[in-house]
Design a protein around this ligand. Structure first.
Ligand code: FES
Length: 106
């Protein structure tokens, strides 16, 4: 079972085991990870699940495209490695993925 790690701005880590096929947002919500609210329930329309992908992982995870990219235009402090965690579907190759929670979401 893949394990992903949510990292708070102060460096606190929240490792979460997640079944393949679930999204990173669903993993965060299941463990009440602070800063991931997911107000729209994963329909790619709110940006309250915004995370920064650890740069070491961005080529494996892939960058935002299409509607996700449009929504991120409205997110505070979005950057090159920003993703909506509801759009990151977990696979075995993402075991060890680190996702950083933006400061303003805490
Ligand atoms: Fe709303 Fe991800 S949960 S955009």
């Amino acid at each position: 079972m893949p394990r992903i790690i949510f990292v708070e701005p102060d460096g606190s880590e929240h490792p979460v085991l997640i079944g393949s096929g679930m999204t990173a947002m669903e993993a965060a919500i299941s463990r009440s990870v602070p800063g991931i609210d997911a107000d729209c329930g994963g329909s790619c329309s709110c940006s309250t699940c915004h995370v920064h992908v650890d740069p070491a992982w961005i080529d494996i995870v892939g960058r935002a495209t299409g509607m996700e990219e449009d929504i991120l235009d409205f997110a505070v402090n979005a950057g090159e490695c920003s993703r909506l965690s509801c759009q990151i579907r977990i696979t075995a190759e993402l075991d060890g993925l680190r996702l950083i929670i933006p400061e303003w979401q805490r």
